[in-house]
Design a protein around this ligand. Structure first.
Ligand SMILES: [Mn+2]
Length: 377
């Protein structure tokens, strides 16, 4: 029996276009901090080693600082760590794992899985890795690694792979898809006892054996991930496997659609934003649809400005956003305009309500006018 920690897709050095400089710095730091958190979980759970199933780094061209900080953090883990090159960081001639920045700082307990040779972690426990040597392998690397194995005798064998599995990937043309059927066959024959996978950022059980898992990313990277922010503590033997997720993530990606037609709807949006904890580490994507008056639209802009100040990022969910602003009488009567200003408003309202190309410009002009006049009145 062996107990170890399964993780993947650290994507160290990842940048996100929607983060400003400050938020990006926090995001980068969190990904590195996750390594230390993994070390704490591994120690608390009495794990014997850690496997990182690919995409340790976002790219082979990752900056020196990310490499140095990653190795510094890896140094805090008190047990052996095995890093598998994945599609983002393949073991090609430009590999980050072969860079001086990496090699000179690599602590002795941190190992890169360079080939499919079984690695004895300790007597009775072996790792078999399927590292990526290029960004486009032409076959199922896990099946190839397992094909070379005899059924294990008195040894618990963990296979460490990276990539999409055929049952979950729509891309049937991809020759590198990991065939679940073949992996289950290797499990049935006792050539391996657990398949630790990376690539998918969602925590996912694959197939029916309970012995094939994606751990997912320890810190979320996008909106469509399911149960990201976890690592798996795995207890494996020839007779059974149990996996227990452990929480590591501190960031959140949230996507939410709102229907906005009156002030109550704006109140609801405001309360929703207000109630979210840890705004500095929360990225929200808002779908905003409905019809607002100019004054309400101005209020919404104020709410969004506040949110931009507080959240890591506020994005617009374009696919479900369709907000129409239609000026109503109270928008202007409240402003108590007279003379030229009043004539102009009447003219603009006529254009804004028309089907002409200038309608949008007129609406924007009215919006600006309500905003500016609202501030001085
Ligand atoms: Mn990945």
């Amino acid at each position: 029996m062996v107990r170890f920690l399964h993780t993947s897709d650290w994507q160290l050095g990842m940048t996100r276009h929607f983060l400003d400089e400050e938020a990006q710095a926090l995001f980068t730091r969190a990904r590195c901090e996750a390594i230390r958190e993994i070390g704490r979980h591994a120690a608390a759970e009495d794990c014997e080693f850690v496997v990182v199933c690919g995409d340790v780094f976002e790219t082979n061209q990752v900056d020196r600082r990310s490499v140095a900080r990653a190795l510094e953090a890896l140094g805090t883990i008190s047990i052996p760590v095995y890093l598998l090159p994945g599609n983002h960081d393949p073991l090609d001639p430009a590999s980050v794992f072969r860079s001086p920045a990496f090699e000179e700082r690599r602590p002795p307990h941190v190992h890169v899985i360079e080939d499919t040779q079984p690695i004895e972690v300790r007597p009775g426990v072996e790792l078999v890795g399927a590292p990526w040597a290029s960004k486009r392998p032409l076959h199922d690397l896990v099946a190839a690694a397992c094909a070379e194995l005899e059924p294990a005798r008195d040894v618990t064998r963990i296979c460490v792979g990276h990539g999409a599995v055929d049952r979950l990937s729509p891309d049937r043309e991809n020759p590198a898809l990991i065939r679940v059927e073949a992996a289950e066959e290797a499990l049935r024959q006792g050539r391996i006892h657990y398949l630790a996978l990376g690539d998918r950022h969602s925590l996912t059980r694959v197939g029916e054996t309970g012995r094939i898992w994606y751990a997912g990313t320890p810190e979320p990277t996008d909106y469509d991930e399911e149960a990201p922010g976890n690592v798996l503590v795995v207890e494996a033997s020839e007779t059974g496997v149990t996996v227990t997720p452990q929480r590591t993530g501190t960031w959140r990606f949230l996507r939410q659609a709102f229907e906005l037609n009156d002030d109550n709807d704006l109140d609801a949006l405001g309360s929703w934003l207000e109630a979210l904890e840890d705004k500095q580490r929360t990225i929200v994507k808002l779908g905003l649809a409905g019809t607002l008056t100019l004054r309400q639209s101005t209020r919404l802009e104020g709410q969004l400005e506040d949110a931009h100040d507080l959240f890591a990022a506020v994005e617009r969910w374009d696919r479900v956003s369709e907000l129409v602003v239609i000026p109503d009488d109270t928008d202007f009567s409240d402003l108590k305009l007279a003379g030229f200003a009043r004539t102009t408003v009447e003219h603009l309202r006529g254009v804004a309500g028309s089907e002409t190309d200038e309608a949008g410009v007129a609406r924007d002009a009215l919006g600006l006018l309500v905003r500016l006049a609202g501030r001085t009145s």
